[in-house]
Ligand binder design. Structure first.
Ligand SMILES: C[S@@+](CC[C@H](N)C(=O)[O-])C[C@H]1O[C@@H](n2cnc3c(N)ncnc32)[C@H](O)[C@@H]1O
Ligand code: SF4
Length: 391
């Protein structure tokens, strides 16, 4: 159940859907996402039955929301590796979402895809079941870096996958890149950026490698086997990404995301960043409606047992008060190219924003027209800007 207050504004707030697929063939040493290899998974859950399991939660969501949300404007299958499942299984979930909630005209339907799991035929089937966008995990073009990251695809395969996706009719294709891996050089990173651009996607995400606690990478760093990413190196690599992508006709629209046009932006992520509503299906998925945020049990077997018995898979929930929602709006809004409206900040923030512009972190012209938009230097220090604004 959701409180009346959360549902009241739901009818006028865009609504998106996230579908988590918690399977991977092998685990990359840097990754702490909620995903399981066949040996980690244990009994009680199968990849073959997973789509049917998800349908239980889609129906539960429809009961809880009871027609009080608009038609779904974005669907995003993430993982894990959604493309380990047959495209038809993903299609069954899309069909249920359409049936229970309706899909808005022109809805964006994305799946993440590991390059080694897709073929021309698979992309064609993704199109047939309704996908409009694919996001391919490239990470790097350099063999040594792919090896350090434990990636399973051969160099060159992501670029081929972009061409296959285009040939299958995908207008929107993203490549994910990671910079700052152990032993990566500036020249390696430049080669990855150049290869990504040459592949012809309309969107590129570039993320600084984060050493997540509890991962194999964190253990290697702790034992001194590999060096931790260096902040100054990461900053230089970000500048390289921004300059290369801008020169190639991409425009940043969020600190880590660039697109060749407005139509190429990831509308699903924009929905998260703009404080809209979404339901996350699957183990460990997070949801947000109005002032309520909740998250599901993490293990796929526990998740399956709950939803198949008609119970909610939610493990916990929190009510965001005005202060928490304000903090999130500032944290996420300031990372966007459209920036943050000065109207969303208290008047006392004016002195700070002028100071931030003086330091070259915030664009002067945008500020004059009432918006806080980060300069390239500001994007390198986005967290510090957020701290100043919140203080
Ligand atoms: C969790 S993966 C899921 C999609 C797919 N399995 C793949 O690997 O491409 C989504 C993206 O998260 C990013 N990612 C995961 N762990 C990260 C980390 N520790 N630091 C930076 N980026 C990370 C990678 O760029 C990856 O493409
Ligand atoms: S990065 Fe992607 S492929 Fe690697 S373990 Fe994480 S979810 Fe799986």
């Amino acid at each position: 159940m959701l409180p009346r207050t959360a549902l009241e504004s739901a009818g006028t707030t865009p609504f998106g859907v996230y579908v988590h697929v918690p399977f991977c063939r092998t685990r990359c040493g840097y990754c702490d996402f909620n995903t399981y290899t066949a040996t980690e998974l244990g009994a009680g859950v199968s990849q073959g039955g997973y789509a049917d399991t998800l349908l239980h939660e889609v129906r539960l969501a429809a009961d809880v929301l009871g027609g009080r949300v608009p038609e779904v404007s974005t669907v995003f299958f993430g993982g894990g590796t959604p493309t380990l499942l047959p495209a038809e299984h993903l299609g069954v979930v899309i069909a249920e979402i359409r049936e229970r909630f309706g899909l808005a005209a022109g809805a964006e339907i994305t799946t993440e895809a590991n390059p080694e799991t897709v073929t021309p035929g698979y992309f064609a089937r993704l199109r047939e079941v309704g996908f409009t966008r694919v996001s391919i995990g490239m990470q790097s073009a350099v063999p040594r870096v792919l090896e350090v990251l434990d990636r399973q695809h051969r160099p060159g395969r992501p670029e081929e996958a972009v061409a296959e996706a285009r040939a299958a009719g995908f207008e929107h294709v993203n490549l994910d890149l990671i910079y700052g891996a152990p032993h990566e050089t500036d020249a390696d990173w430049q080669a990855s950026l150049d290869a990504a651009v040459a592949a012809g996607p309309d969107h590129i995400s570039a993320y600084a490698l984060v050493v997540e606690e509890g991962t194999a990478l964190a253990r290697q760093v702790a034992r001194g086997i590999v060096p931790p990413p260096d902040d100054d190196v990461l900053a230089d690599r970000y500048v390289m990404a921004d300059e290369t992508l801008t020169a190639a006709g991409f425009e940043w629209y969020e600190v880590s995301n660039w697109a060749t046009s407005e139509a190429g932006r990831c509308q699903h992520n924009e929905l998260y960043w703009r404080d809209a509503n979404w339901w996350g299906f699957g183990p460990g998925a997070h949801s947000h409606v109005g002032e309520i945020r909740w998250w599901n049990v993490k293990h796929p077997a526990r998740y399956a047992a709950l939803v198949e018995s008609g119970a909610s898979p939610a493990a916990g929930r929190e009510t965001l008060d005005e202060r928490a929602r304000f903090t999130e709006r500032v944290m996420l809004g300031v990372r966007l190219r459209e920036g943050l409206s000065l109207d969303d900040l208290p008047e006392s923030a004016e002195t700070v924003t002028r100071q931030l512009a003086g330091w070259g972190l915030v664009e002067h012209p945008a500020l004059s027209s009432g918006r806080i938009v980060l300069t390239q230097r500001g994007r390198l220090m986005a967290d510090a800007v957020v701290r100043e604004l919140l203080n």
